[in-house]
Ligand binder design. Structure first.
Ligand code: UD1
Length: 430
């Protein structure tokens, strides 16, 4: 089993290129099948989740042509099967975006219930509510979500919770419904806007994405397009916190600083300096870090996908901090692992109470999910001695070349396949 072997203690210094946003890419890839014409997608991250989704799309007849590592051509004209029950699909939550896409285009889809990170119960009632409001029949049988409609009709939908997935999934179906759909209490995340921009570039008529009311005028046909995916806010944020936790100086490049505002603001609060330019953000951590309070919230609030990374950093900051998770109930599974490194964190309900410690010491830890795994890696980079992070398959779901990008910043980290390679690493870096 692959692991990351780390020898901590080096401040990370330098520049790192941020890739395309995974969570935007997943929805955009699915939406690309909604036209029979060819769609060219650039800045696609080469990560496990996008690759699994592409395989699922190929399994129903989508033609996928890889132009280069980050560019793909998709053609949905040969789709011959609207049932995606493949085992791959269960591995990634975003497989359910194929329902919105196929239901919109063909008025029918059967897709296995989504998998994804185990960070709490992840209902899809708001997706179902939206599709039903558009006139679809929706039932769950044999582990499949089965949707079908004679025709889809625009509707006024109020989301009971702010959900990225439901907003995107209902928006996709509504794009090819008759008449106008209004989604109220919509999610405002940058990737919701990116998916709307992508669909608009295919001929859809979506207004208001990025606010909490999205208005969609249905259209009969979408056409081909060329589209560049936005940079990944969470990959950028993870590298920004890697600078803070290692007391380094890192510039994340190819980012949209506006998308990083809540992350930058917290870094300033805990004592880092931030320099922004048009498409880069520099984080300098030259002073001792200090405590703060943070609560995860839908965009533009502090992202839940950055919660483990900030908690790990606060565990090394002076004083008592509080981290409240308000989106998912099971997102503190990394705390036991951080404790092995010397962190002092107590979780009560949805809040982690953190007493900053002076140092972490390296340990063998396991990655419980994607973002928690990334947090353990940056904790290992700040720790004294060796850390081994196991179960990195989770991390590889969402970070492309994570260890290589960290090496570029001076981190001593390698991806090792077995214990022999691990011993070699320890011997080499002593
Ligand atoms: C997406 C992201 C994930 C991120 C999350 C919140 C993808 C592939 N994943 O997940 O990385 O952590 O947004 O920013 O883009 N909920 C319901 N009913 C529903 C749908 C959601 O109650 O039908 C609840 C969830 O349980 C959760 C909250 O709404 O408490 C937010 O979930 P949501 O925004 O839907 O997250 P995902 O789209 O699954």
């Amino acid at each position: 089993m692959e692991k990351y072997a780390i020898r901590g203690g080096n401040p990370l210094v330098g520049e790192v290129e941020i890739g395309g946003a995974k969570n935007a890419a997943l929805a955009i890839l699915a939406a690309a099948v909604m036209t029979d014409e060819t769609v060219l997608i650039e800045n696609m991250p080469d990560v496990r989740d996008t690759n699994i989704l592409l395989q699922a799309m190929e399994s129903i007849g989508t033609i996928v042509e890889r132009v280069d590592r980050h560019t793909v051509k998709i053609n949905g004209s040969q789709i011959h099967n609207l049932v995606i029950s493949d085992g791959y699909v269960k591995k990634i939550r975003a497989s359910y975006y194929l329902i919105g896409a196929l239901l919109g285009k063909y008025k029918r889809a059967e897709v296995a219930l989504p998998g994804g990170c185990d960070i709490g119960s992840r209902p899809i009632d708001q997706h179902i509510k939206g599709w039903k409001a558009l006139g679809a029949n929706v039932k769950i049988e044999h582990g499949l979500i089965i949707t079908q409609a004679d025709s889809l009709k625009g509707s006024h939908i109020y989301m009971d919770v702010v959900s990225v997935g439901a907003t995107i999934n209902v928006m996709m179906a509504a794009v090819m419904a008759e008449g106008q759909t209004i989604i109220e209490n919509a999610a405002k995340e940058p990737h919701v806007v990116d998916v709307a921009n992508f669909l608009n570039s295919m001929g859809a008529n979506i207004k208001g994405a990025g606010t909490d009311v999205i208005r969609i005028k249905g259209t009969e046909r979408l056409h081909g397009t060329e589209y560049v995916i936005i940079p990944d806010q969470i990959e950028a944020g993870t590298f920004m916190f890697s600078a803070a936790i290692t007391k380094g100086d890192v510039t994340v490049k190819n980012v949209i600083p506006k998308h990083l505002e809540s992350i930058s603001a917290k870094l300033v609060e805990i004592g880092c300096e931030i320099e922004e330019s048009d498409d880069a953000v520099r984080v300098v951590a030259s002073k001792p870090l200090t405590h703060t309070k943070v609560k995860t919230l839908p965009y533009p609030g502090f992202p839940t996908d950055m919660q483990p990374q900030i908690a790990a950093t606060l565990a090394l900051a002076g004083g008592a901090s509080m981290v409240t998770e308000s989106i998912f109930e099971n997102r503190f599974k990394y705390v036991d692992e951080l404790t092995k490194m010397g962190a002092d964190i107590k979780v009560e309900g949805n809040t982690a109470f953190i007493s900053g410690v002076k140092k972490f010491t390296g340990a063998n830890v396991s990655s419980p999910d994607l973002r928690a795994g990334a947090a353990l890696v940056i904790a290992g980079l700040a720790a004294e001695g060796f850390t081994v992070v196991d179960d990195i398959k989770y991390i590889e779901r969402g970070y492309e070349d994570f260890h290589l990008k960290l090496q570029g910043l001076g981190a001593v980290i390698e991806r090792v396949e077995d214990d022999r390679e691990l011993q070699k690493f320890k011997f080499k870096v002593g």
